[in-house]
Design a protein around this ligand. Sequence first.
Ligand code: ATP
Ligand code: MG
Length: 650
Amino acid sequence: MTHPTSSDHIDNVLHETRVIQPPADFAASAQVTREEYERRYRQSLDDPDTFWAGVAGELSWMKPWDTVLDWQEPHAQWFVGGQTNLAYNALDRQVERGLGSKRAFVWEGEDGEVRTFTYSELLAQVKRAANALLALGVQKGDRVTLYLPLIPEAAIAMLACARIGAVHSVVFGGFSVSALSDRMNDADSKLLITADAGLRRGGLVNLKANADEAAARTPCLEHMLVVNRADSNPPMQEGRDVWWHEALAAASDEHEAVSLDSEHPLFVLYTSGSTGKPKGVLHTTGGYMVGTYLTTGTVFDLKDDDVFWCTADVGWVTGHSYSVYGPLLNGATVMLYEGAPNHPDWGRFWAIVQKHGVTILYTAPTAIRALMRQGDEIPAKYDLSSLRLLGSVGEPINPEAWVWYARVIGGGRCPVIDTWWQTETGSIMLTTLPGAHPAKPGSAGLPMYGIEPAIMTRDGQELGPDDGGLLVIKRPWPSMLRTVYGDDERYRKTYWGEIPHVYFAGDGARRDADGYITVMGRVDDVLNVSGHRLGTMEIESALVAHPSVSEAAVVGRPDDLKGESVVAFVLPQGDQTVDPAALRAYVTREIGALARPDAIYIADALPKTRSGKIMRRFLRQIAAGRAIEGDTSTLEDPGVLERLAETDAV
Ligand code: ATP
Ligand code: MG
């Protein structure tokens, strides 16, 4: 604990030392060796123009770029002067290189229905959808909001927008009327694409009813295109609403992808809202395409016969980059699943892996911890031998959950990669490459090509090995956000205004002597106990490592003596009871008396965003006995807060 007084320093308290080598079989056939990674990483920093031109040159451009990067801090333009089309690269290009009859999507509905699309079939659908959008008056540059279940039409609509140069804004289908109308108004959307209803845990979610209510508060909206998912027969407003199937049937399946400037806007996507009001992140065409193409192929060691399943909804950036754009740009077969992981029971994920021969599984710590809570017997009933690689994204993965994932799901045979990135970064920034690098549970790992991270104090001093501080990126990269939609000032301030000349991610982290970066939690969530700054990840990981605990969140509570004291919210593992005294003793032994929780709440659920991230800002209010305030629109289940507020700490 070197600088207990520095206001940016985060103390390093967790002593996780396990190192897991890449399984020999995997390493033997992996795309990238350690030497190859080092060579390409060096080149990407020493000669970025050549490096990025090489990657971009693997894709099709209607007009070549003049300049790889034009950087006028804080605004970057990539592949300046170049013209391309992302949907063309994802589909037409694959058909042209002979992949027309390869499966692009294998979709399974919650009710068990399976639909498959080859690259040719998907291309034909996207062309029809593009013509249908044009027929509704959507023009290049117009914003189109999507509010859909995870059905193939969601991806088809995204690709159709990209094909004509319309800017999509996907709003997660679980969001409320006001969240939807706020986002439509913020993006000034002309068209909403929705469905009559979605299927969720056996019931119907009436999307069209929400959409109608939201539309009434959205003056800019002209039309609604409605997919018939559930035959629920919603009212259709004459002149405004059009059925998707009718519009597509009437449309031609001939359409030539529009040539777009590399910097033409591709989509707006609102962040998850874990720390405050969501930001409308704007991504553009060329750079995002290059970033998702490169990372999907390289990080996931993609091979021709892989069945790639990223479980994220298309409402989140992970669904954009790794269920749709990245894998299709690589000509991969993508698994899509509409429903909940526990419908009809907690074996659903494993049934899907077994049935469809999924080879790469990419999911979130929140899902891994929930699955872990159900015990090992459920996955043991399924044949998971098709899996060869496992990935995690969205939150820090606690070492205990990492080890469970590797052992029980990966059968000790699959490497696990922990990928750190953000809506804002567009694609994976930190990870280990599965065949090249040993993994350290709890640590994301090394920078991807072209990414130059550093750990700093707020005044821009770089910290040394094992010193916790602020995670920053020192130079622009192709898939970075270009601005906050309609609020460039917020973009400048939030990302480039905190620390001079670097991108501020908002996360705390440390880097070890091998260069591995461990994300220690969000800077906003850091606790200040007796002058020591503690990240949430390490204390939570120590709690989760106790056999009686499956999930944990810690926050600080104002304390006269210590500044803040540690308050823990824990979920029991299976049917175990949590013994508070034993848990306190365990934390004290594992990471020290400093981190010992003063108060422990034994909970049945934690407040999370709809993408499954723990929202500590509300837990801080509960711990301090205050009323709940702040933006609750992205909260998954407000009932959790009420129950917690009535729970007594032990
Ligand atoms: P908001 O910015 O609105 O508060 P959010 O940050 O949750 O929401 P996302 O862009 O979905 O929105 O999430 C990015 C954040 O998720 C990262 O900044 C980081 O805090 C966390 N994160 C993602 N992947 C990882 C990972 N592998 N390890 C640790 N943290 C991660
Ligand atoms: Mg964020």
